[in-house]
Design a binder for this molecule. Structure first.
Ligand code: EPU
Length: 342
């Protein structure tokens, strides 16, 4: 075990803000995961596991315990038959490299989730989603170390508490399970329409009519490149807010007042509203806020960018400017999407 002390957490968040971790260690085997948890419990200090920090906002106060960085690697095909394949992927693998690998292997199911930043182990925490698909659609189980029982085991999809950008891993059981891997069931049949609106629009615009996992991956890659900043270059955590879900009645009232408001009907009869549109209309399109050093990404107002903020407090101050204005105008309280830790 190699445990570093007083590590700057800003290097473990793509927003590049936050205090220091008292202890930090990178793990590349399951034995190390157990050893580190035993070490932290004996000390005692709190502990938590992270991946690349693509969806983490660290508090300025830092973390008084042990951060375990997941570097577990490995990809296995467990079952391979005519219809598809069941694969097991270690949590420290890069998500998009795994997506590329599945597409190369002729497997469908995660190509819509191309180019989402971060690790495999982080993917179930917020049930990553894009272009009409989400992780829960193909996930069979999450493999994790249960720090209550000090045992490795599988958690079936049905027990993961998945919802829109959420799961039990960021809710009721936050911190209990260290996710070591995931099992996915992928298909050998090609993706077929109907596609998410902006994806179909891309196909039409580029006269693509052969729909398959390669063209889907190419299209999603191209759309994301235009709309979303690359976190290895620009400090950001992707969508900073979830799209709020409101009753049809409230949506109709808003629509009467703002005819071009964007929303999608959900299976449960409610409406998911485009937070990017609300933020834009609240006057935050492409703003550079001098006071906090924060900005919104010009092509996608839902993405907050750290241009020269010094502390997480600056980010949170900018967040509150947006939340307050949107609330004042639309009576909707935006919820933060990236996890605020600890
Ligand atoms: N819109 C605006 N202004 C903006 C942004 C969006 O008016 O600045 C409106 C447009 O009408 C647009 C609509 O909102 O057509 C929807 O925008 P988009 O398709 O870009 O999707 P989104 O709702 O803004 C969600 C996810 C993204 C995901 C895309 C594509 C959330 C919080 N965000 O964004 O996920 O890539 O759909 O599926 O659900 C992430 O979670 O980090 C993320 C980037």
């Amino acid at each position: 075990m190699n445990i570093q002390e007083n590590v700057d957490l800003s290097t473990h968040s793509t927003m590049r803000l936050g205090g220091k971790a008292r202890y930090l260690s990178e793990v590349s085997s399951e034995e190390e995961v157990r050893e580190l948890v035993e070490w932290a419990k004996a000390k005692p200090v709190p502990f938590l596991m992270v991946g690349d920090g693509s969806n983490i906002v660290w508090r300025d106060e830092g973390y008084p315990g042990l951060i375990i960085v997941n570097r577990l690697k490995g990809r296995k095909i467990l079952i391979d038959d005519e219809e598809g394949a069941t694969i097991s992927i270690a949590g420290g693998e890069n998500w998009d490299e795994v997506v590329a690998w599945t597409v190369e292997k002729g497997l469908s199911g995660v190509e819509f989730l191309s180019r989402i930043p971060g690790t495999v182990g982080a993917s179930p925490v917020q049930n990553i989603g894009a272009y009409g698909s989400e992780l829960a659609d193909t996930l069979v189980e999450v493999e994790a170390f249960d720090t209550e029982n000090m045992a490795f085991g599988g958690i079936a999809k049905e027990a993961c508490g998945f919802g829109y950008r959420t799961s039990r891993f960021k809710g009721a059981d936050k911190g209990r399970f260290l996710i070591t891997g995931i099992v996915l069931k992928l298909s050998k049949s090609q993706p077929s329409p109907p596609f998410y609106e902006s994806l179909q629009a891309y196909f039409d615009e580029h006269q693509v009519t052969n729909y398959n996992r390669d063209t889907v991956r190419e299209a999603v890659t191209a759309i994301r490149a235009v709309k979303l900043p690359d976190p290895s270059v620009v400090n950001n955590n992707g969508s900073f807010f979830t799209n709020p879900i409101i009753s049809t009645e409230r949506f109709e009232k808003l629509k009467a007042q703002y005819p071009d408001i964007k929303g999608w009907s959900m299976p449960d009869g409610r409406v998911k509203v485009a937070a990017g549109w609300l933020i834009e209309r609240a006057g935050f399109k492409g703003v550079h806020d001098q006071e906090t050093g924060m900005a919104t990404w010009p092509a996608q107002s839902l993405v907050l960018v750290n241009e020269h903020a010094r502390r997480t407090a600056d980010l949170l101050a900018f967040k509150h400017k947006i939340v307050d204005k949107v609330n004042e105008l639309f009576d909707i309280v935006l919820e933060q999407e990236p996890e605020l830790l600890p």
